[in-house]
Design a protein around this ligand. Structure first.
Ligand code: PNW
Length: 486
C-alpha cells in the first residue's frame, strides 16, 4: 500500500482544478447560546453527558463565531481557492422555522462570506452538517415527513440571503454517517438506536428533502444566481478480502449499501440499489416483518429525486477489506443486511479508524466513474487524524501527498472527471464523539487557551505548496534508485 518513488506521478492537475479546506459549524463556532442562537441536537447531546469523550462539548470549540477573521487569514495564507463551511441552522433560525429568523446569525454569515470574498476565497456552503435545531427534533426530527418541506424552506431562506455571493451549495453532508450514527448506533446526536428500521425510514425522508431543495434552487434561484448545488456522500473503498468471486461480489454489495444507498437514487438508475431491495426484503420476511424494512419510493418520487445534483460530492477517508458472510447475525440491522464481514489488513498504517490506503481513493473514483457515467466529482473531504498535539505531523503530510497523488492518477491516467479537492480540516476542532482527543487540523488549536490560538502544522505548509504548484511538478534532479556497485 505504500507508493514507491517509482509509482509516484509527477505531474500537475488540470488548470481548472480547485483546492479548498473544510469545516462544519458545530465543530468550530462555539457561541452555542449567544446572540439569539437556538439549541441544536448536538447541544442537547453533549450537555446530556455520557455521550462524548470526557463529556466535552462544542460550547466554545474553536470560537470561530468570534474569530472568523483569523480563520479567513489562515485560508488566505494557505492560498486555497475555496472554503467549505456549514451554516448553523439554529443560529439562523432558532426554532428551525423561517418565520422567526435571528438577525445576529444572518449578520455573522454575511460577515464571514464578505470577508472570504474580500480575501479571494470562494465560499462553498453546506446547509446541513448535522446540527439540527432541537425544536425540530422535538417534532420528530428526520423521522418526520414534514421535514421535507421544512428543510426546503430553510434552504430557500439561505439561497435568498446568501445566494448572491455563494455559488456552491451542498444540501447534506454524509447522510450515511449522520443517519447510521444518529439513528442506528446512537453514537451521534440524536442518539437513537434503531439500526434495522429508522435508519431506512430516515434516509427516505432525507433523500426527498435533498431533492426538494435542489428543485427549489434549480427553478427559483439558478436563473438569477447561476450557481451549483448538490449533495456530499461518503464512502470507504471496499476491497475484496480475497479473489474468491463471492468476496468480490460482497465488496460490491458493501459499497451499494453505503454509497449506493444514496447515490443510486440520485446519480444511478433511480431508487435504491437492487441488491439492497433484495437483501432487505428477504431478511425482513425471515425476521417476521410483513414487508421490507426498506421503504419504497413511488414512481413520482423516484423521478423527482433522480438527477438532483449538479456534481458528485465525495468525502473519503479510508479502506476496508470485505469478506462474504451468509447471515452474520439474525438481528435486524443495516450492517447485518449486507451479509458481509469487514476485515482489516494489519500491515496498513493507521491512526484511530483511518487506515492509510491511498490507492483506495483512486479505486473509489474509478468505481464512481464506472457506476454513474463519469459524473463530475468534487472531493469535499479527505484527511487524517492523530491523538497528539504535534506540529510536526509527518504522517498527515504523507497521507495528503499520497492521497492527492492518487486523485491525480485517477484524472490523468484513468480519465475520471474530478474537479476539486478539499482537505479536512482547516484546524483541530470538535471531532464529534471523540471531541478534542482526535485532531484532523492543518492548524493546531490550543483548547486550553481562552484565545484558542491557531498554529500551522507541517501539513499546512505542505498543502500551501501543493496548491501553489497545482500538483507535483517534475522534480529537477531524480536521485537514482540503484547505485552502481563501487
Ligand atoms: C466526516 N467513519 O465524518 C465528517 O464530515 C466530519 O465532520 C468529520 O469531522 C470527519 O469526517 C472526520 O471524522 C465521518 O466512521 C465520521 O467512516 C466517521 C466516518 C466517516 C466520516
Amino acid at each position: 500500500a505504500v507508493a514507491t518513488r517509482a509509482d509516484f506521478l509527477y505531474d500537475t492537475f488540470p488548470d481548472y482544478f480547485q483546492w479548498g479546506v473544510a469545516t462544519a459549524s458545530y465543530q468550530i463556532e462555539g457561541a452555542w447560546n449567544v446572540d439569539g442562537k437556538g439549541d441544536s441536537i448536538w447541544d442537547t447531546y453533549t450537555h446530556a453527558g455520557g455521550n462524548v469523550v470526557k463529556n466535552e462539548t462544542g460550547d466554545i470549540a474553536c470560537d470561530s463565531y468570534n474569530k472568523y477573521e483569523d480563520d479567513v487569514q489562515l485560508l488566505q495564507d494557505l492560498g486555497v481557492n475555496f472554503y467549505r463551511f456549514s451554516l448553523s441552522w439554529a443560529r439562523l433560525l432558532p426554532t428551525g422555522r423561517v418565520d422567526q429568523p435571528n438577525q445576529a446569525g444572518i449578520d455573522y454569515y454575511n460577515s464571514l462570506i464578505d470577508a472570504l470574498l474580500a480575501a479571494g476565497v470562494e465560499p462553498m456552503v453546506t446547509l446541513y452538517h448535522w446540527d439540527l435545531p432541537q425544536e425540530l427534533d422535538d417534532q420528530g426530527g428526520w423521522e418526520n415527513e414534514d421535514m421535507v418541506q421544512i428543510f426546503n424552506e430553510y434552504a430557500v431562506f439561505a439561497f435568498e440571503l446568501f445566494g448572491d455571493r455563494v455559488k456552491s451549495w451542498i444540501t447534506f453532508n454524509e447522510p450515511y454517517v449522520f443517519i447510521t450514527m444518529g439513528y442506528g448506533q446512537g453514537a451521534h446526536a440524536p442518539g437513537l438506536q434503531s439500526p434495522g428500521e429508522k435508519v431506512y425510514t430516515v434516509a427516505h425522508v432525507v433523500l426527498k428533502a435533498h431533492a426538494e431543495a435542489w428543485h427549489s434552487y434549480n427553478e427559483l434561484f439558478r436563473p438569477t444566481q447561476d450557481g451549483v448545488i448538490g449533495i456530499t456522500l461518503d464512502s470507504e473503498w471496499k476491497e475484496p478480502y480475497s479473489d474468491d468471486p463471492e468476496d468480490i461480489e460482497a465488496a460490491e454489495r458493501a459499497i451499494q449499501f453505503c454509497l449506493g444507498w444514496f447515490a443510486n437514487p440520485i446519480f444511478g438508475s433511480g431508487g435504491y440499489p437492487t441488491v439492497m431491495k433484495e437483501k432487505i426484503l428477504e431478511k425482513s420476511l425471515e425476521q417476521g416483518y410483513e414487508e421490507s424494512r426498506l421503504p419504497e419510493f413511488t414512481e413520482e418520487e423516484e423521478n423527482r429525486i433522480h438527477g438532483t445534483s449538479d456534481f458528485f460530492g465525495l468525502n473519503h477517508y479510508t479502506t476496508s477489506l470485505v469478506q462474504n458472510a451468509d447471515r452474520p447475525s439474525l438481528v435486524p440491522s443495516y450492517l447485518n443486511d449486507r451479509d458481509i464481514i469487514t476485515r482489516v489488513n494489519s500491515t496498513w498504517d493507521r491512526s484511530e479508524w483511518i487506515f492509510v490506503v491511498p490507492w483506495g481513493l483512486r479505486s473509489l473514483l474509478n468505481w464512481i466513474s464506472d457506476s454513474y457515467g463519469n459524473p463530475n466529482v468534487i472531493i469535499t473531504e479527505n484527511g487524517m487524524s492523530d491523538s497528539n498535539a504535534t506540529l510536526e505531523d509527518a504522517h498527515r503530510v504523507n497521507y495528503f501527498r499520497l492521497y492527492t497523488n492518487n486523485v491525480l492518477k485517477a484524472i490523468k491516467l484513468d480519465g475520471c472527471d474530478v474537479r476539486s479537492y478539499t482537505a479536512w480540516t482547516l484546524m483541530d476542532n470538535f471531532e464529534w464523539a471523540f471531541a478534542y482527543d482526535v485532531r484532523f487540523g492543518l492548524h493546531h488549536v490550543d483548547f486550553e487557551d481562552p484565545e484558542r490560538p491557531r498554529t500551522p502544522k507541517a501539513s499546512a505548509e505542505f498543502i500551501r505548496q501543493l496548491v501553489a504548484d497545482n500538483g507535483f511538478p517534475e522534480p529537477e534532479a531524480v536521485i537514482p534508485e540503484v547505485l552502481e556497485p563501487e
